[in-house]
Ligand binder design. Structure first.
Ligand code: IPE
Ligand code: IPE
Ligand code: MG
Length: 245
């Protein structure tokens, strides 16, 4: 299909582009298994695809793109696989130069205190380097869990109450939201989950309260630009009511 970036005017004015898209990168393991390869090869292939789709999303005009890379539950995997994933994240952070050339701001969401220090250092470094870039904001969810995030926000507010700076009855939804990892990021408009699973798996449960969902049977490493086009076209057929009529 290749709807985007190819029309002569270079614009997609006929389509409503979601401001914030979340992608649950799933199916790397099955992709590898189908080929008789170790799961970590699937993750490598998935990471490669993450790069391609990120650049394309920017061309399409998506302003915020969040990738679910590692959940708070993924620690349950064999140590060898967890280590391979962490190695891959570090390797990618060493190579984010091309995103920097593309003027893409990079932010990380999740509890980074549980990650290895060398990875934490690289995350800080990349965030610092890209903080003024504004073509698109890329959020990488590493050791991220929606429940953990809400819990973290509640703890911050509880401390304010304890310190006498806030009354419990004055707590608002806005305050909870402002203490999530996604401060200053608009809510998710579209959640895309490849690989055939139809669940959130603890991804942005607060932020996607009114998101549209797009599921595909394609495994993440095989998810192409055309598939992103299809998701956006499907999104354009949705009637978002936000509780109204
Ligand atoms: C998603 O692929 C990547 C991570 C969760 C890190 P999976 O590893 O979950 O792949 P499947 O679901 O086993 O195929
Ligand atoms: C969700 O995928 C997490 C990420 C893609 C990072 P999982 O493969 O971990 O989800 P479940 O276990 O199938 O729900
Ligand atoms: Mg999976």
């Amino acid at each position: 299909m290749a709807l985007f970036g190819k029309n002569k005017s270079g614009s997609n004015s006929d389509l409503n582009i979601p401001v914030h898209v979340g992608i649950i990168m799933d199916g790397n393991g099955r992709w590898a298994k189908k080929r008789g390869l170790p799961r970590k090869i699937g993750h490598r292939q998935g990471a490669q695809n993450f790069r391609t789709i990120t650049k394309y999303a920017k061309q399409v005009g998506i302003k915020y793109l969040t990738f679910y890379a590692f959940s708070t539950e993924n620690w349950r995997r064999p140590q060898e696989e967890v280590d391979a994933l962490m190695d891959l994240f570090e390797k990618y952070l060493d190579e984010v130069k091309d995103f920097i050339e593309e003027n893409i701001r990079i932010r990380f969401i999740g509890d980074r205190t549980k990650l290895r220090p060398s990875l934490q250092d690289k995350m800080l470094d990349v965030e610092q380097t890209s903080k003024d870039f504004d073509s698109m904001t890329l959020l990488l969810a590493i050791n991220y869990g929606g429940r953990d995030e809400i819990c973290h926000s509640c703890r911050t507010l509880a401390q304010l109450v304890k310190d006498g700076k806030l009354e419990p009855e004055d707590i608002t939804m806005d305050m909870i939201e402002q203490n999530l990892y996604t401060q200053e990021v608009p809510p998710v408009d579209l959640v895309i989950r490849p690989s055939g699973e139809q669940r959130l798996s603890n991804f942005m449960i607060w932020q996607s309260a009114y998101a549209e969902f797009y599921y595909s049977n394609i495994l993440w490493p095989d998810f192409k630009k055309d598939d992103l086009d299809k998701a956006i076209v499907a999104y354009n057929d949705r009637n978002r009511r936000f509780g109204g009529v």
